[in-house]
Design a protein around this ligand. Structure first.
Ligand code: PLP
Length: 473
């Protein structure tokens, strides 16, 4: 029988893998010298990459374009400070490669025995390292899905059905909470108007007194409070809500506590005193593809009560039901998560942790926190710069204030464009206390102290001569 036209021999595969590997190594060697934002336009990238599908295969020549893909990609060197972006630890990338070739379905032990056990064991490593021993959980695609799943569990556990059988309830968070929480509340059918956004305190944290007050007001109006989302590292400033006090309010009011730790939770491995109460919450999201430096995608939803996950997600057709009573062989992940077919996300993090060890991760996170404090001190020492928020984790929000106060938002926005176009450092923007700010978030194991100093140099270089607007060059 003729073999499939898609078949390639293991030797041919080895040759292709060698070429890809050489390309990757070239990319890693060039990380420091390439501009962070590639000097390309939308039209140029369309011309290069949006051609028609080939009717006939190109064979090994198909790989030729990979160097162009790399050349037109954003670079993850130590001076990329935008958003909350992990650095793509390369040993983990090898785990991803291996996982794709093995192509296991991480949905049950029977579909991938080794990788199912690795995922379970990895969750145990994470929960122990975070100070949440005994928690269970699963890996997910990202913090958005983890937040959705955490709130789905909350809804199942706490929301009563109304007269038409639909669950109802109010969810509380500080107004600094990530947009994915609003999306989750809407998708879960609770209604966007039932996400109560509470103005934060001066340190951008949810105030437990204000939370208690909002809950009472809703009860008085006949509504049913069901959950509070506490931040363990807000997206903009990294603020950590007072978790223990929030848990106390929630327990008194019978609410579910979900913690959005997508960004900040890994810092609990380094500074547990900032996360007091974390081990008492109901569910917690953590993005390994942020501050555990993993390549996208790799996130986790962790929770105290595995039965609560089953109640939210177990709805199994006969064809899929596990027929094994063995505690390991009968394991099915799809009864605890939203996904059925699942890529093996565990292998990269497992390999990365085994290669480097937990201590190396703790050291890198601690380094990033120290670098953020250093950047904050450099900003504070510069008369034309103003810091707009405290720095509990690794995000620093500041702006240039050397000109007319009425135009500072516009001037800082223009500066950001100039900084990022120059490509030596990459910052993102945010709004803090109503002002446009430049934001540097350090979640990168490659960042050095010299990279931190470079931020100040690049920002001042992009500033207009005091009292004027920047030119367009
Ligand atoms: C605090 C916080 N929560 C949730 C998310 C969403 O995570 P993801 O982009 O992995 O869906 C982010 C992303 O930046 C975040 O910073």
């Amino acid at each position: 029988m003729p073999s499939s036209p898609l078949e390639i021999s293991p030797d041919e595969f080895a040759e292709l893998a060698g070429r890809v590997s050489a390309e990757v190594v070239r990319h890693l060697h060039g990380l420091d010298s390439a501009p962070i934002r590639p000097a390309t336009t939308g039209a140029e990238s369309m011309a290069l990459f949006a051609g028609p599908a080939p009717e006939q295969g190109l064979g090994a020549a198909a790989l030729d374009e990979l160097s162009e893909v790399a050349r037109h990609s954003r670079v993850g060197n130590g001076r990329f400070f935008g958003y909350v972006m992990g650095s793509g630890e390369p040993v983990a990338a090898l785990g991803d490669f291996f996982a794709s070739v093995l192509n296991q379905n991480a949905t049950a032990w029977r579909s991938g025995p080794a990788t199912a056990v690795i995922e379970r064991s990895l969750i145990g490593w994470l929960t122990d390292a975070l100070g949440c021993p005994g928690f269970s959980g699963t890996l997910t695609s990202g913090g958005s899905l983890a937040n959705l799943m955490g709130l789905a569990m909350a809804r199942e556990a706490k929301a009563p059905a109304n007269e038409t059988g639909r669950p109802t309830g109010v969810v509380y968070a500080s107004s600094e909470v990530h947009m994915s929480v609003g999306k989750a509340v809407a998708l879960l059918g609770l209604g966007r108007e039932n996400l109560r956004l509470i103005p934060p305190d001066a340190a951008m944290r949810l105030d437990p007194g204000a939370l208690r007050h909002a809950i009472s007001a809703d009860r008085a109006a006949g509504r049913t409070p069901i959950a509070v989302v506490a931040n363990a590292g807000t997206i903009v400033t990294g603020a950590i809500d007072p978790l223990a006090a929030i848990v106390e309010v929630a327990r008194a009011e019978d609410l579910w506590v979900h913690v959005d730790g997508a960004y900040g939770a890994p810092a609990a491995m380094v500074a547990p005193e900032l996360f007091h109460g974390l081990g008492d919450v109901d569910s917690l999201s953590l993005d390994a593809h942020k501050w555990l430096y993993q390549p996208l995608d790799c996130s986790a939803l962790l929770y105290r009560d595995p039965d609560a996950a089953q109640r939210a997600f177990s709805l199994t057709d006969d064809y899929a039901a596990s027929l094994s009573a063995d505690p390991v062989e009968g394991q099915v992940f799809f009864e605890e998560t939203l996904e059925l077919s699942r890529r093996v996300r565990a292998l990269k993090l497992w390999l990365s942790l085994r290669y480097h060890g937990l201590e190396a991760f703790r050291d890198s996170i601690a380094d990033n926190m120290r670098q953020a404090r250093r950047l904050a001190a450099l900003v504070d020492a510069e008369p034309t710069l103003e810091r707009l928020a405290e720095v509990p984790l690794s995000a620093v929000c500041f702006r240039w204030v050397g000109g007319d106060p009425a135009t500072l938002d516009v001037v800082n926005a223009a500066m950001l464009d100039r900084i990022n176009r120059r490509g030596r450092v990459y910052l993102s923007n945010a709004t803090v206390r109503g002002h446009f700010v430049l934001r540097a978030c350090i979640t990168n194991h490659r960042t050095t102290d010299a990279d931190i100093v470079a931020v100040i140099g690049e920002v001042l270089r992009a500033a207009p001569p005091t009292g004027t607007r920047p030119s367009s060059s």
